[in-house]
Design a protein around this ligand. Structure first.
Ligand code: ISL
Length: 569
C-alpha cells in the first residue's frame, strides 16, 4: 500500500458498542439506541473515529442479537429505525462513522426465510439452508445419525432434527442459528440487496460475523465430510469443512463487487474470521483483490486455550510475541491488521493478560493498551476497556446468561466433568465477563439503568467508572485518550514499520516503529518485576519520552507494568 495515500482507516480507532450492555434509556434494564445517543460525548471525548454497533436487528435474542429474524429493521428492545437514522446523523455530525454488524453465516430459526425453508421439503427456500437426511442406514433421531460428526461452537452436534420432515439442518452455532446456504445464488443476492439498503441509509461499513465460514466444502452429491474425532467426545472437528472453504474468496469478492464497488473508499469492512491464518488474511486484505479492508484474527486470544477455551493455560510471553510478530510481518507490505484485546466474546483483558489486583489494575490496563495501540493496524476498543473494566466475580451458575456458557455447562456436566471445575472455567472465560453493564458512575446500577439490569453490574463500579475517570489525568480513560491522539498526530504510529525486539524475554515486550527517519521504541513491562532498562535496551534511557503510563518517570528503571513510548534520536 503506498504510504502517500493510505486509506482513512489506517489512522482510525474503532469503538465497539454492545448495545444491550452500554446504556439503558428507558428503564427496562437492557441497553438501547437511546442509550447510545446519550453517551456520544464519551466517544467524542475519547477521540475514536468509528462506532461498531453489535446487532440491534429484530431477534429472539437466543445469542443476544447474533440470531437475526429481520435484517432490515431494529428490534423494539433497542429502539427504532428512526433512532438508528438519528444515530447515523449524530455520528456524522461529529465526524464519526457507523459500522453495523453483519451476521449472514446464519439467521435466527424465526427468520421468515427459515420458517419457509422448514415448512416443506419442496418449498422454494428449502435450499436456502443446509438440510440433510440422516446418515446412511440410520433413522432420524438415532444416536449418531447426524449427517456429519461436527461439534458446534456452542457444544453438542451442529445438526438439529426437524421431526416433521425427518431431515436435519446445520447450525455451526446454537440450534436457533441455522446456517444459510451460500451455494445458492438467491441467498447471496438477498444478502447483497440488504447490505446495499443499509449503505444507502448512511451506514459506513460492516463488521462481518464469522464471514470465513460461509463457504462449506461440499463434495459430489452435496456430501459433507466428517472431521477428525475430538478427544473424549463422540463428535469431531469439522472446521476443515467450513473455515475458509473452497469458494470463500469468490463469495467475498462477489460481495465487494455487488455491494461496495464505487463506494469502498469511504467505507470500513472487517471480516471476523476465527481460525484464519496470516497467509489467508493477506489474501483477504490485499487491496488489489477487492475483498475486505481488514480481518479479526484469533491467534493471540487462543494462546491461553488448551484443548478448548475452557481448558485454560497461562499465556507465555514468547508465544504472544511470536504470534503478533508474525502477523505484523505477514501484513507489512500487503494487507492490514486489526488490533484488539477485548470484545463481547472475550473475557476482560485486564483480568486475563494483565493484573487486576488493586495495586496493578490501572497500570496493567494502561500497559496492555499501550502495547496494542502502538502496533501497526487499526485498534478496536471495546466498551469499558477504556475504563479498565474487569471480569465479574461470578460465584454460581445462576449468574450466567450467555448461551455458550450455559450450553457448555450442560454438556460438560453431563459428560461427567466436576461441576466445580466447570464453574471455575466459566468464571475465567465466559463471554458474560465482557457483557456486564458499562460502569458510568458510582450510583447503584452504575448509571446504566434505572431498572433492574439484565446482567449484574460489577460491584467494583463504585470505584471504577467513567465519571470518576473523566477529569483524572492518571486514569485509564485519560491514557486511552492520549494513545488515540498519538495515533492521529504522529504518522509513525499508524504507518511505521514494525520490528520485534527481545523475542525470548519472558516479561518485557519491546519493539520499534520506523517511518521516514523517525524511530519509536516501545517497551512494556508485563510483570511485577522491575527491570534496569539500560540492561535490556541500552538506547532507551537517553531517548525522549513521548508517552508513558506511570508518572515521575525514572529513566533508568522500568517499573512493574510500566509502558513507555520513546523517540530515538
Ligand atoms: O466466542 C467464541 C469463543 O468463545 C467464538 O467461538 C465465537 O463464537 C466466534 O468468535 C464467533 O463469534 C461471532 O459469532 C457468534 C456470536 O455468538 C458471537 O458473539 C460473534 O462475535 C455467532 O454469531
Amino acid at each position: 500500500m503506498p504510504v502517500e495515500q493510505p486509506p482513512w482507516w489506517t489512522r482510525a480507532v474503532v469503538y465497539q458498542v454492545y448495545p444491550r450492555s452500554f446504556m439503558d434509556s428507558d428503564g427496562d434494564g437492557i441497553g438501547d439506541l437511546g442509550g447510545v445517543l446519550l453517551h456520544l460525548d464519551h466517544l467524542a471525548d475519547l477521540g475514536v473515529d468509528v462506532l461498531w454497533l453489535s446487532p440491534v436487528y429484530p431477534s429472539p435474542q437466543a445469542d443476544n442479537g447474533y440470531d437475526i429474524s429481520d435484517y432490515q429493521d431494529i428490534d423494539p428492545l433497542f429502539g427504532s429505525l428512526e433512532q438508528l437514522d438519528e444515530l447515523i446523523a449524530a455520528l456524522h455530525a461529529r465526524g464519526m462513522k457507523l459500522v453495523m454488524d453483519l451476521v449472514v453465516n446464519h439467521t435466527s430459526d424465526q427468520h421468515p426465510w427459515f420458517l419457509e425453508s422448514r415448512s416443506s421439503t419442496d418449498n422454494p427456500k428449502r435450499d436456502w439452508y443446509w438440510w440433510r437426511p440422516p446418515r446412511e442406514g440410520m433413522a432420524p433421531g438415532d444416536p449418531g445419525a447426524e449427517p456429519t460428526n461436527w461439534q458446534s461452537f456452542f457444544s453438542g452436534p451442529t445438526w438439529e432434527l426437524d421431526e416433521a420432515s425427518g431431515e436435519y439442518y446445520l447450525h455451526l452455532f446454537d440450534r436457533r442459528q441455522p446456517d444459510l446456504n451460500w451455494e445458492n445464488p438467491e441467498v447471496r443476492q438477498a444478502v447483497h440487496a440488504m447490505m446495499r439498503w443499509w449503505l444507502d441509509r448512511g451506514v459506513d461499513g460492516f463488521r462481518m460475523d464469522v464471514i470465513n465460514m460461509i463457504s462449506k466444502d461440499v463434495g459430489p452429491g452435496g456430501h459433507l465430510h466428517d472431521g477428525p474425532p475430538l478427544a473424549g467426545s463422540a463428535l469431531g472437528d469439522g472446521s476443515a469443512s467450513y473455515l475458509c472453504g473452497p469458494r470463500i474468496h469468490e463469495f467475498v469478492q462477489e460481495m465487494h463487487r455487488e455491494v461496495f464497488a464505487g463506494r469502498d473508499g469511504a467505507l470500513l469492512t472487517v471480516g471476523e474470521m476465527p481460525g484464519v491464518t496470516v497467509e489467508q488474511a493477506r489474501l483477504f486484505t490485499d487491496p488489489a483483490r477487492a475483498e475486505v479492508d481488514m480481518v479479526f484474527q484469533f491467534e493471540h486470544v487462543g494462546l491461553d486455550h488448551g484443548t478448548s477455551k475452557w481448558d485454560i493455560h497461562p499465556l507465555r510471553m514468547r508465544d504472544l510475541k511470536a504470534s503478533f510478530g508474525r502477523w505484523q510481518a505477514g501484513l507489512a507490505d500487503v494487507g492490514w491488521n486489526s488490533l484488539y484485546w477485548d470484545n463481547h466474546d472475550q473475557p476482560r483483558a485486564v483480568s486475563r493478560f494483565g493484573d487486576d489486583s488493586p495495586r496493578y489494575r490501572r497500570d496493567s490496563a494502561t500497559c496492555l493498551a499501550t502495547l496494542l495501540h502502538l502496533h501497526r493496524g487499526t485498534p478496536y476498543v471495546y466498551q469499558g476497556e477504556e475504563l479498565g473494566m474487569a471480569n465479574y466475580p461470578f460465584t454460581s451458575l445462576e449468574e450466567f446468561a450467555d448461551v455458550e456458557s450455559l450450553n457448555h455447562h450442560v454438556h460438560a456436566v453431563s459428560a461427567g466433568h466436576d461441576p466445580a471445575e466447570v464453574l471455575t472455567a466459566l468464571r475465567c472465560m465466559s463471554r458474560d465477563n465482557a457483557r456486564t453493564p458499562v460502569q458510568w458512575d458510582a450510583s447503584p446500577n452504575a448509571g446504566f439503568t434505572t431498572g433492574t439490569p439484565w446482567l449484574a453490574v460489577h460491584p467494583d463500579h463504585v470505584e471504577w467508572n467513567a465519571e470518576a475517570q473523566r477529569d483524572d489525568e492518571h486514569s485509564v480513560l485519560a491514557h486511552y485518550r492520549r494513545l488515540i491522539a498519538l495515533r492521529h498526530t504522529d504518522d509513525v504510529v499508524p504507518l511505521g514499520d514494525f520490528t520485534m525486539l527481545l523475542p525470548d524475554h519472558d516479561e518485557v515486550y519491546a519493539f520499534t516503529r520506523c517511518l521516514d527517519g523517525v524511530e519509536l521504541l516501545v517497551v512494556c513491562n508485563l510483570s511485577r518485576t522491575p527491570y534496569r532498562l539500560a540492561e535490556l535496551l541500552p538506547e532507551a534511557p537517553a531517548a525522549e519520552l513521548l508517552l508513558g503510563n506511570l508518572p515521575d518517570d525514572d529513566p533508568a528503571e522500568l517499573r512493574p507494568w510500566e509502558a513507555r513510548v520513546l523517540r530515538l534520536p
